[in-house]
Write a protein that binds this ligand. Structure first.
Ligand SMILES: Cc1cc2nc3c(=O)[nH]c(=O)nc-3n(C[C@H](O)[C@H](O)[C@H](O)COP(=O)(O)OP(=O)(O)OC[C@H]3O[C@@H](n4cnc5c(N)ncnc54)[C@H](O)[C@@H]3O)c2cc1C
Length: 507
């Protein structure tokens, strides 16, 4: 069995939905989405857009400036500027496909102030996660528009011809026999890599082996050392562990405390906690833990007790989960700390979101280079939307849609005994070396251990294992090569290379 499409999209998150929606608007027919789960999209609470009627005098130019500054000036300026310049078009695209956002009583759009931004520019829903709302309205509309959805299909290999152009991918659907999906345009929107490290905020379907798959196909990759760690993830009680405490809570007046009850962030950010970049929060948490002023689980505390109950309840997914877990944020301090949460590295793309492989496009968390060394909160969702929109328009510009594709053999290797032998071990290797604080000795060890697994005779019998090992190996190599601490990448063995907070974060 094999099938053919004009556009085959791997993944069904927000980036994929935005691309499919915009391509449909451009009149493209025969678009199919292949995904093996829901990804991070339904968990999105915050999404940033700069709207002309905002009360702060905010502009797309200021937004781009914030992104570049929060990313320690590593982000690709062309992509950042283009994303910011099109921010309103991203918002309008979602609105055209039925997405609605919370309003204030005076009818203006509700804007929250989240980490890394000079101004409040984060849109939301106050009755549910905005990601759930996006899926609720967009999925049926896209299906109605003729977009084909395969909801239990795992992409296992990319297909490329002898001229180095993409031809499609191999899929395993519902655990059946693998088959080839041919298309002149393939869009990688398979999300990030956090699950490579074991414990993370990611859902299980985003396995991270896709980074290795892209490398196997010859895609150029960028910024692989920059895994984002969400700074305020619940560490206790058991029922709430893994739930991110929104950084918007700092914008609502919440603050971070050490075991002496000190608001330690004020030492480096006297203007207050609101808007503090995630990398700064993570670094300062680490300093408190290192001084013995952390919580028993290796993090610190966040204090929300003084925040109005109605404000807390306007984050119902968070508030309700805490209450159900027996933890009342009006009465108790919350134990929080950093956890892998999103990925700022990935496939290197040009203005069209096309990779170095003709016909292979990458969007959302699957592409890298926009957020630089640290992503502003809420910007994963904005970038997923905007990269999807701009990619669709890029696809139209490249003229790849009408390329003829020939058949090729189905190539897929699976060996469950190899998976059982290596996958757990690989998670341990990655968890140890690639966590929020890194050092050369552990990175060297991870590199050697993954090199050995890649070269082992049995690894070649299982694509998932090989791709997973390759992905960890590539991230470890990038982390080892970046000697300085920068953004989300903290090298404890290079203390002299002080993170550049003071210089970068002037607001
Ligand atoms: C708990 C949580 C809360 C978050 N909150 C926010 C927030 O408030 N604001 C914000 O900006 N960002 C947030 N993020 C990050 C955000 O969810 C992601 O960055 C965003 O969803 C990325 O969109 P995407 O379309 O690129 O990928 P995803 O939404 O992750 O979708 C990836 C898709 O690819 C599929 N897939 C993966 N591998 C394969 C494969 N091999 N074959 C086929 N399909 C595959 C997945 O099943 C899924 O459909 C949060 C993430 C988590 C986990």
């Amino acid at each position: 069995m094999s099938v053919r499409h004009k556009v085959a999209i791997a993944g069904s998150g927000l980036a994929a939905l935005a691309t499919a929606a915009r391509l449909h608007e451009e009149g493209v027919k025969d678009i199919a989405i292949y995904a093996n789960g829901i990804g991070g999209t339904p968990y999105i609470a915050a999404i940033n857009f700069v709207l002309p009627e905002n009360p702060y005098g905010d502009t797309p130019e200021q937004y781009a400036k914030d992104m570049l500054a929060a990313g320690y000036n590593i982000g690709n300026k062309e992509l950042v500027n283009e994303m910011a310049a099109n921010t309103l078009r991203g918002y309008e695209l979602l609105c055209r496909w039925g997405v609605t956002f919370a309003h204030n009583e005076d009818g203006s759009i509700k804007l929250r102030h989240v980490s890394g931004h000079k101004y409040p520019r984060s849109l939301c829903q106050t009755t549910n996660l905005i990601g759930v709302e996006i899926e609720r309205v967009m999925l049926p509309k896209l299906a109605e528009a003729g977009i084909e959805f395969h909801r239990h299909a795992q992409v296992v290999n990319l297909l490329k011809n002898d001229n180095g152009k993409i031809e499609g991918f191999t899929v395993v659907e519902d655990g059946g026999e693998p088959y080839n999906v041919y298309a002149p345009v393939v869009v990688a929107s398979w999300g990030g890599v956090g699950n490579l490290l074991g414990t993370s905020t990611y859902p299980d379907d985003v396995k991270g082996n896709t980074l290795g798959m892209a490398k196997q196909a010859g895609a150029d990759l960028v910024d692989l050392e920059f895994i984002e760690f969400e700074p305020m993830v619940m560490m206790s009680p058991a029922g709430a562990v893994g739930e991110p405490c929104p950084t918007a809570m700092l914008g609502e007046g919440g603050y971070l405390l050490n075991s002496d009850g000190e608001r330690f962030l004020l030492e480096v950010r006297p203007q207050g906690e609101a808007g503090a970049p995630k990398s700064l929060i993570n670094h300062e948490i680490w300093k408190q833990v290192a001084k013995g002023k952390g919580n028993p689980h290796g993090g610190i505390w966040v204090d929300l007790r003084h925040i109005d109950i109605d404000v807390l309840k306007a984050y119902p997914w968070f508030y309700d989960r805490l209450i159900k877990s027996g933890c009342d944020p009006k009465k108790e301090l919350l134990e929080v700390g950093p956890m892998p949460h999103s990925f700022s590295g990935g496939i290197k793309v040009d203005r069209n979101y096309e990779s170095n492989i003709k016909g292979l496009f990458a969007i959302g968390e699957a592409c890298g280079g926009i957020h630089g060394a640290c992503r502003c909160a809420g910007n994963a969702a904005s970038q997923a939307t905007l990269s999807g929109l701009l990619c669709a328009e890029g696809i139209m510009r490249t003229g790849e849609l009408n390329r003829e594709i020939s058949d090729s053999p189905v190539k897929y290797k699976r060996d469950d005994s190899v998976r059982a032998k290596y996958l757990g071990e690989l998670q341990k290797i990655a968890g140890k070396a690639l966590g929020v604080y890194r050092n050369g000795t552990e990175l060297e060890a991870a590199l050697k251990a993954t090199d050995d697994i890649i070269k082992a005779n049995d690894t070649a019998k299982d694509d998932l294992t090989l791709q997973t090992a390759l992905a960890i190996n590539l991230i470890a190599k990038a982390a080892l090569n970046r000697k300085e601490s920068r953004g989300t990448h903290n090298r404890t063995d290079y203390p002299e290379s002080k993170p550049e907070y003071e210089k970068e974060f002037v607001f």
